[in-house]
Ligand binder design. Structure first.
Ligand code: NDP
Ligand code: 8X3
Length: 251
């Protein structure tokens, strides 16, 4: 039987592209996000290809996370793969000018949200001594770039949690994978710049960024490795990007 995969942040960008690809590949999917309408649209698009279940919750709300994942029907209750993808940057400011509400949002979503979802899913994997957790980190979790301060701190936390999960879940035979992309053109910058489309567009101008589908292919590859192979930590960059600060742009 094909694996059952839970994806957070399936309403947009990397999560959406991953849902589309994995549905095509015949996996059964639990698709999560806050925007119910988008989830329903996606179900309309993918429903004939794959078995789907939709969950609407905010990863910041621990009770809602527990309730949603606890309410999964029998058919979807065994989660073989968890893709911890939900997350965003909020703001891009020097630390002294940063907005504490943005800091709270990033810490609550990118770090605490990832923990809450993992906590709701891990016990059944530990019981079965089988499973796979894929954490979407970032190049910003490996290096810090100017004004990236708190976003980068949250992604460094994801990097640390990935390492911690690798160690603590090792006795249970659970695979743990971090995929750390560089610049991917999604709604990420639109969210970071609070809906400013012009500013968001400039982030991806003058070079060819990753497409969300590029990341989805790597997620699918990690999932489809044989039982004895685990991709533990992977950086994926557009060819034009050397690291967190160097991007070759055409002027
Ligand atoms: P998008 O903004 O396109 O997608 C973000 C997804 O996260 C949406 O589906 C959104 O769903 C979900 N999400 C955000 N906040 C919450 C919340 N509070 N509760 C539940 N779900 C939430 O961005 P990306 O696809 O680019 O981002 C996906 C992941 O990839 C993030 O972790 C990001 O940090 C990481 N990443 C992105 C890179 C990039 O350059 N784009 C590079 C490296 C890493 P909804 O709003 O419906 O809840
Ligand atoms: C997203 C990549 O460089 O915009 O994690 O922070 S970056």
């Amino acid at each position: 039987m094909k694996k059952n995969i839970l994806i957070t942040g399936a309403t947009s960008g990397i999560g959406l592209a991953t849902a589309r690809l994995l549905a095509k590949e015949g996996y059964s999917l639990v698709l999560c996000g806050r925007r119910t309408e988008r989830l329903q649209e996606l179900a309309g698009e993918l429903g004939e290809m794959a078995q789907l279940h939709l969950l609407t919750f905010d990863v910041r709300d621990r009770e809602a996370v527990e309730q949603a994942i606890g309410s999964l029907p029998e058919k979807f209750r065994t989660i073989d793969v968890l893709v911890n993808n939900a997350g965003n940057a909020h703001g891009l400011d020097p630390i002294g000018e940063g907005n504490p509400e943005d800091w709270d949002a990033m810490i609550d979503i990118n770090v605490k949200g990832l923990l809450y979802v993992s906590k709701a899913v891990m016990p059944q994997m530990m019981e079965r001594k089988e499973g796979h957790i894929i954490n979407i980190g970032s190049i910003a979790g490996k290096e810090v770039y100017p004004k990236g301060n708190v976003y980068s701190a949250t992604k460094h936390a994801v990097d640390a949690l990935n390492k911690g999960m690798l160690q603590d879940l090792n006795p249970y035979g659970i695979k743990v994978t971090a995929i750390n992309p560089g610049l991917v053109e999604t709604e990420f910058s639109l969210v970071r710049f609070k809906g400013d489309e012009e500013r968001a567009k400039t982030v991806y101008e003058g070079f060819e960024p990753l497409r969300p589908e590029d990341v989805a292919e790597v997620i699918s590859f990690a999932i489809s490795r044989p039982a004895h192979v685990n991709i533990s930590d992977l950086i994926l960059l557009p060819t034009a990007q050397a690291n967190a600060t160097i991007v070759r742009k055409e002027s």
